[in-house]
Design a protein around this ligand. Structure first.
Ligand code: PLP
Length: 406
């Protein structure tokens, strides 16, 4: 008699995270069969020869003996003070009692949405988005309302369009700046207008700033919390990208806004944080040295730096491409090119990604995995050596030419 499969939660029905989805499983199979894969699908610096800065490695190594006990559910006080001080340097009224340290920003995104949402509550999420925001909204009973950030507008949102989407059930506005996957860096006036929408409709601002110092060619990052002032705002940052330490699994959030309005939110976050006791203690000792010491991302993203050269290699290849168009990224670790629909009508991003994997052993992420309806984009990371990226773009062009011929 066949054994019925174990039923899983219906909450998972609409939940997707394609960056590590079926395509990634196929890549593992190919690798196991002896075919090396170029992994352009994940922004994971350690995979491409980047090392965590020495002073952070030293901090972790010496922290082991003082990391044997659980710490406070919100995180080590020294680490929370360093996060709050960074926000205060930017002009926000942050304090350590309103900072929470987590096992990566990922955990804190889920924690915040769990703290905020009742079934049917709506969250305004950018499209394209970093898809954890949509997944975690659904997982916590919420409804994502995707506001468009199309290439025709340099991937920037339109505050009036967002305001028109607000209903009595809308609770929060997610902003990802600098943006993953598009690389857009939001101008100060745009952020001020988004704060204004949140203020007028009593929305909580959820601002994912994990790429805050990954900036190219003079792009300027504006932190949201100082602009938000008394409007409730949760700002997220972490060690994974700016400090090249994805594997340490360290992220933080800081709640700002009018004391009375954020009081219950901080209490709810504290309860949820206490249910998982605390985040990895050893890794938290790297936070203060990361925020107060030197960081290497500036040198990597300036002219002469490896990420700067990698971005230039991709921009150059796309400019020369017969099929691709792109708004060059101003920040973050990705490029998000689109296929010109006039050159390749009926292009299907998911089918293309699978063919590229089978034919060229390159894995990237189809644009529709970032919650947009258009099916002509894909995302690749800028982390490989520039020459490797130039070669990958040549192979992508070869695959596009193959499609054009058929
Ligand atoms: N937010 C954004 C925009 C990201 O791109 C990522 C990872 O790629 C995360 C959050 C999660 O980062 P982590 O959990 O490593 O802190």
């Amino acid at each position: 008699m066949p054994h019925p499969t174990v039923a899983t939660s219906r909450r998972l029905e609409d939940v997707r995270y394609d960056i590590r989805g079926p395509l990634s499983r196929r890549a593992h199979e190919l690798e196991a069969a002896g075919k090396p894969i170029l992994r352009l699908n994940i922004g994971n610096p350690g995979l491409f020869g980047f090392r965590v800065p020495q002073h952070l490695r030293d901090a972790i190594a010496t922290a082991l003996p003082k990391s044997e006990a659980y710490c406070h559910q919100q995180g080590l006080l020294e680490a929370r003070e360093a996060v709050a001080a960074q926000h205060r340097r930017n002009g926000a009224e942050a304090r350590p009692e309103h900072v929470f340290i987590g096992n990566g920003v990922s955990e804190l995104i889920d924690l915040s949405l769990r703290a905020l949402l009742d079934a049917g509550d709506e969250v305004l999420v950018p499209a394209p988005d970093y898809p954890l925001w949509t997944a975690a909204t659904r997982l916590n009973g919420g409804v994502p309302l995707h506001y468009p950030c199309p290439p025709e507008r340099a991937h920037l949102p339109d505050p009036a369009e967002i305001e028109a989407m607000v209903t009595p059930r809308t609770r929060a506005l997610v902003i990802i700046n600098p943006n993953n996957p598009t690389g857009a860096v939001y101008p100060r006036e745009l952020l001020a207008a988004l704060v204004d929408v949140a203020r007028r409709h009593r929305l909580v601002l959820l601002c994912d700033e994990i790429y805050d110092s990954v900036l190219y060619d003079g792009a300027a990052f504006t932190p949201l919390a100082p602009l938000a002032g008394e409007t409730p705002c949760i700002s997220y940052g972490g060690l994974s990208k700016v400090h090249l330490a994805c594997g340490y699994r360290v992220g933080w959030l800081s709640v700002t806004g009018h004391e009375h309005r954020v009081h219950d939110l901080v209490r709810a976050l504290d309860l949820l944080a206490s249910l998982r006791l605390c985040s990895n203690v050893t890794a938290q000792w790297a936070i203060r040295p990361a925020l107060e010491g030197p960081n290497e991302i500036g040198a990597l993203t300036r002219p002469g730096g490896r990420l700067h050269a990698a971005r230039a290699a991709v921009v150059d290849a796309v400019e020369r491409s017969e099929f691709l168009r792109m708004v060059a990224p101003d920040g973050a670790l990705y490029a998000f090119p689109g296929v010109d629909p006039e050159r390749l009508p009926g292009f299907d991003d998911a089918a293309f990604a699978l063919d590229l994997l089978e034919h060229e052993q390159i894995i990237l992420v189809p644009g529709s995995s970032f919650n947009i309806a258009a099916r002509n984009h894909f995302r690749l990371t800028l982390l490989p050596e520039p020459a490797v990226l130039a070669d990958a773009l040549a192979r992508i062009e070869r695959e596009l030419a193959r499609i054009a011929r058929n």
